[in-house]
Structure formats: C-alpha cells, structure tokens
Design a protein around this ligand. Structure first.
Ligand SMILES: Cc1cc2nc3c(=O)[nH]c(=O)nc-3n(C[C@H](O)[C@H](O)[C@H](O)COP(=O)(O)OP(=O)(O)OC[C@H]3O[C@@H](n4cnc5c(N)ncnc54)[C@H](O)[C@@H]3O)c2cc1C
Length: 454
C-alpha cells in the first residue's frame, strides 16, 4: 500500500491550493518543500510586492489630495520602516499558510524532492510512494546572458521586494507587469526610473489600447524615460552600474532591476527518466486536466507555463485534484482574470483584440472612459478606460481590458461573464449601483449591445 494518496512537490500557492482541496476530498496528502512554505507568491512575489504597492498608493493618494481641497505638508518616507512592513506581512501570511496545512493534517516534508518511477518521490535517502503525484515546483527569475547580478546594485524581484535601498536613479529591464509595478513603487518613493524594453513596443503582452494609455498614465506623466527596441547586452554591477545597450551607448545608473520574465524550476526533478520532454523552454507539458503523459503524474502552476499567476496555479491544483478523484474537470484559461497593481490598476480577462482576430473571430470593440463616470469625476480619478472585445455576429464577450481605479476588482464581473460565455446583449440588461466605477462596464455593455438593436 502506498504511503500517501497524493504527494505534492512544492508548497507555493499552487501546491498549497492543491493540498487544501485534496484534504477536503478525503485524500491522505503530503507536501514536499525545499525552501520556505508559501513559495514565490508569499515570500518573494505577490505579497511583499503588494505591501510595497500599498505604501506607494498611499503616497500617491496624499499627493493627489490637493485636487480635492486637502493640503498635507511634509510627506516623507522611511525606507527601513516600509521594508519592515512588507517583511511582517510576508511572515504573517506564511505563518497562516503553514497553520492551515498543519491544522488540516497535511504531512509537511522538508527537503529537495525528485521523481521516481511509480510515480514516487525521493527526498534524500527516503522514498515516499503515492497513488498520485503533483509537481508544483514553480519558477525563478530569468536573467538573460550578459547580465551579472550582485544582489545589491543589479538584482531581480527576489531582492527588490526587500527594498534594501532607494537608488536615486534605477534602470528597470523589461516592461511586463513586474517591471511596471516596481516602477510604480520606486517612483512613488522618489527614485528616478529609466525603463528598457527589448521589444519594439512597451508592454507587448497587453491589449494595444491599454498599453498606449498605460504609457501616458504610468510612464510619461511620471517622467519615466523609456528606451524601446533596445537590448541591454551587458550589465556590470558596481558604482555606478554600467549598462551596455544594443545602440552602442552605455547607460550609467545607481542600480538595475532585471525584470525579464521567469523560467520554470523543472531541471533535476527526474522528468526525462519518466519520458517527459520539457523542451527548450523547460515547461512541463500538461493537458487541460493538468495531467502529464506519465500515468498518475500531474503538474500545475508556473512549472507548466500555462498562465504564470498565483490564482491560476491554485485553480490548476483544484482541477488536478478533481481529476485525481475521478471527476473530470478542465481548466478554462479564457475566464481567468489577471491584474497589475499599479496606480491606477489594470485588470484583464479573455482575449486581447489582436488575439481575437488571430483566432478568426469576427471582432468588434467598444470603449468606455472613466472621464464620463460620476464616481471617477467625484474622486478626481478620471484616467481610465474599459475596453470590450466581442464577437460581432453573436455578441459573445471575448475579452475585457480595464485600466483605472479598482480595475483589479472590477475585472471579476467580466471574468464571470466570460466563464459562462455571456453575450453583450445579456450583460447590457444587468443593473449596476449608481454612482460606481462598475458603471463604466455597464456603459460599455450597453454600447456594444446597441449594435445588435434592430
Ligand atoms: C514580484 C512578483 C509579483 C507577483 N505578483 C503577483 C500577483 O500580484 N498576482 C498573481 O497572481 N501572481 C503574482 N506573481 C506570480 C506568482 O507569484 C506565481 O505565479 C506563483 O507563485 C506560482 O505558484 P507556484 O505554486 O506554481 O510556484 P512557486 O510559488 O514558485 O512555488 C514553488 C515551490 O516549490 C519549491 N520547490 C521547487 N523545487 C522543489 C523540489 N525539487 N523539491 C521541493 N520543493 C521544491 C520552491 O522552493 C517553491 O517554494 C508575482 C510574481 C513575482 C515574482
């Protein structure tokens, strides 16, 4: 008889979500963790970065109060106290996560695990057997060739979340969500930022209308210099940090944050011995049930590269457990929302306009602006846009992209609509509270539905 019904390799948000659901389904469950429980999200990702962004938000709010008739003088920031705030949030949430696993009777095994045929899991000299194994080993920052890190003057988000310095001039390599969120934090705390993006457009993964507005709101209005279509070919730590650029110039800055994406932690797990080929990008191939090609072996979270977000990892964990329990369940990535916690926020779900066209939908779009929303005007937070992407033959909502206050909360309404493949005609009949930011969605649905009126 196997030692466990289920062993999970990696106790990040994905592994944790899977473990909680497995216990709820009556499975005898163990989780193996090589470092700290909570993984990237809790220790080096979502949680500390959002603690820093909360501070940045309050600083921006105070400086914005002048437009509402409130004058505050003498705002200053204490770097060490802000760093301590972020560290204490991490420690509280990690402790809550640990307690939740212990309380539910999940066996926690500390150590580096690897896979053996069966599947089974080896930790040191000990071999643990299980009916099913889920790999949830996550990801680490990707550092392009030519870039040397010293952790203090040239670093990744792993160090940035600790806020060990406030460099007067900081370069950020990469304009994805991690680069944008840290640009928000550092500029709110008084640093000068220059952003370097190798692709020909900033924020290449975002819907183009959102990326355009984001450039105006987050970069131009904050005097963030941008170098676009330029590769940082060599970065040498020191004082100053020297950044050699593909246009044959050298940029000197006080520090450099490398935010060029993440790579999966899949090497050394023993996957190839089980016949699993992770390919050039090293992600574990899975189907929509989160099953690998090896019987009873599942993979979830960043290690699969499907949608590298905490809530997606947790949802994949639940999906894998449902299938392990014999209840066929599939991931629906179209309806999983994503958010960027800049000020103002961004929220997305479903297809961008170019993606919808690529998938051969007959695409229509509408836009509703925060500038016409009563709540936004009352709060003087009128920088914002809701963009709907929908199918112009049937009206199915395909994607929603929001930049503006509370976008990370507003996006859930759209996510539920996409989950049930709702049409803009149905959504236009919903009633939203007046006055709220959610009325921007209401306006957008009604405008889109108008094109279907006889
Ligand atoms: C700065 C930053 C901000 C972010 N902000 C957000 C956000 O706001 N919202 C959001 O949704 N996502 C955010 N993310 C992404 C999110 O953190 C990840 O998508 C999420 O952590 C992935 O979870 P996971 O369980 O797949 O992997 P991880 O959290 O990476 O956990 C994997 C765990 O496996 C362990 N492990 C690895 N190999 C082994 C082994 N052989 N044996 C035992 N244990 C092993 C690791 O030590 C680790 O603890 C952010 C990421 C970063 C870097």
């Amino acid at each position: 008889m196997a030692d466990f019904d289920l062993i999970i390799l990696g106790a990040g948000v994905g592994g944790h979500g899977a473990a909680l659901h497995a216990v709820a389904c009556g499975l005898k469950t163990a989780i193996v963790e090589a470092a700290e429980l909570g993984g990237t999200c809790i220790n080096r990702g979502c949680i500390p970065s959002k603690a820093l962004l909360a501070v940045a938000g309050h600083v921006r709010e105070i400086t914005h109060w002048g437009s509402l008739g409130i004058t505050v003088q003498g705002v200053s920031v204490d770097r060490a106290a802000i760093a301590a705030h972020a560290a204490s949030v991490v420690s509280k949430i990690r402790s809550d996560l640990t307690k939740s696993l212990e309380k539910l009777g999940v066996t926690i095994i500390s150590g580096q695990g690897s896979l053996e045929p069966g599947p089974a899991v080896r930790v040191g000299s000990q071999l643990y057997t299980a009916r099913d194994v889920i790999v949830a080993t996550g990801s680490v920052p990707f550092v392009p060739p030519g870039i040397s890190l010293d952790g203090t003057t040239v670093f990744t988000s792993d160090q940035a979340v600790r806020l060990e310095s406030l460099p007067p001039k900081l370069a950020i390599i990469g304009s994805g969500y991690i680069g944008l969120e840290f640009a928000d934090v550092y500029t709110a705390l008084g640093c000068e930022v220059v952003m370097i993006e190798a692709m020909n457009t900033l924020m290449p993964a975002f819907d183009p209308d959102i990326a355009r507005l984001a450039q105006r709101v987050f970069l131009k209005s904050r005097n963030i210099e941008t170098l676009v279509g330029i590769l940082a070919t060599k970065i040498t730590p020191g004082t100053p940090v020297k950044i050699e650029l593909s246009n044959d110039t050298i940029l000197e800055v006080d520090a450099c944050l490398v935010a060029t994406g993440r790579v999966p932690v899949t090497e050394g797990l023993g996957l190839s011995a089980l016949g699993i080929d992770t390919g050039r990008r090293r992600f574990i191939p899975v189907d929509t049930r989160m099953a690998t090609d090896y019987p009873h072996l599942w993979a979830i979270g960043d290690a699969t590269g499907q949608m590298m977000l905490a809530h997606a990892a947790a949802a994949q964990g639940i999906t894998a457990v449902e299938n392990i329990c014999g209840r066929p369940t599939h991931m629906d990535y179209r309806s999983i929302p994503a958010a960027v916690f800049t000020h103002p926020e961004m929220g997305f779900v479903g297809l961008t306009e170019p993606q919808a066209k690529q998938e051969n939908y007959s695409v229509a779009t509408v836009r509703a602006y925060y500038g016409g929303n009563s709540k936004a005007i009352a709060s003087q937070e009128t920088d914002g846009l809701v963009k709907l992407v929908y199918d112009k033959t049937q009206g199915e909502l395909l994607g929603v992209h929001i930049l503006g206050s509370h976008a990370a909360d507003l996006i859930h309404e759209a996510s539920q609509a996409i989950a049930r493949r709702a049409t803009v005609q149905e959504l236009a009949k919903l009633v939203h509270v007046h006055p709220t930011y959610a009325e921007t969605l209401d306006e957008a649905y009604k405008r889109a539905a108008a094109s279907f009126h006889p």
